[in-house]
Design a protein around this ligand. Sequence first.
Ligand code: TPP
Length: 385
Amino acid sequence: MNFLPESQRERINCYRVLDDDGGTIYSSRFQEVSKELALKMYSNMVTLQIMDTIFYEAQRQGRISFYLTSNGEEAINIASAAALSAQDIVLPQYREPGVLLWRGFTLQEFANQLFGNKLDYGKGRQMPIHYGSNRLNYFTVSSPIATQLPQAVGAAYSLKMDKKKACAITYFGDGGTSEGDFHAALNFAAVTEAPVIFFCRNNGWAISTPTAEQFRSDGVVTRGQAYGIRSIRVDGNDTLAVYSAVHTAREMAITEGRPILIEAMTYRVGHHSTSDDSTKYRPADEMEHWRTARDPVSRYRKWVQGNGWWCDTQESELRNNVRQELISVQLLQAIQVAERMPKHGLAELFTDVYDQMPSNLREQERSLLDTIKKHSAEYPADVPV
Ligand SMILES: Cc1ncc(C[n+]2csc(CCOP(=O)(O)OP(=O)(O)O)c2C)c(N)n1
């Protein structure tokens, strides 16, 4: 039932900071969380869950071409975002839209990107879920796995040179650690003492490849130590532990001028994306176990409720309100507005890279226009030529 090796399973009920010489500095020292912050985190987790359901269904209805959910990783998304400051620079993978949600990206902004319309900041050049926001210090998602890691080291180093009290954080999955860029980035960060947090969401799967087929080390956390980087392993389904780990990592990164690696143990509850059917390669009872018994949202709710800050009536009110708000007002409206909004013209495909378009691109543009003329029936009517 549990895909984790025994050694990793024992450790995930707390978080512990491992020094680069292998010793434990301390463990399980949780940060205080006020009632206001606790409830804000909870309502963002619920919003993320419901937003995912609605966009996922919009994809199933054929209204958008692609989607992927953060199911099971809501604590990682929201609690890590809550422990950062707005000046910290985020370089995401793609399963962290909750960080953007926390920072104030609107449902309309999410929908504009998913539909690739005129208001999409990426001008419709990217697949759905490649969000980005200059305003919110959130780099645009890059499809090639792990390329954001060395970039994050550069961003963190620039913060250090400018003596800013901020860090860079980069998110990636266990699959990202199998890329050369992971190793280059860790070494580069260690020697430049860049204030960067490497946040690995170890969710057990890289599409259909389980971690056991990716590495034989004790997870990812030991690799940080191998590069001389202080590293933290944390239960990624425990909201308070994730919040504390990122809070601690941020303090150490900024005040001590050093990179930190966090390995958050979790599980990808949904399929990899709408292009995947994970029942083909993993047992249904494993998925069901993590969806129900290990769900980070209901687990966190128990803690909030145990503090007397929450009750069943508030729970059903919140869920009804968020669902109502998202379905009847904001999200469906956002989807309809985004759908009706015109797309960018074809010429935009060739702008923003070169000041003077080079001859090979001019040739490609000519050839594309010829092909469209020949096969105009195949060309989408809503994209101006
Ligand atoms: C360099 C590169 N190789 C392969 C792919 C295809 N690909 C897309 S997502 C993915 C799995 C990544 O898994 P992981 O990093 O564990 O993240 P998760 O999807 O589990 O959140 C792969 C192999 C890619 N996008 N880029």
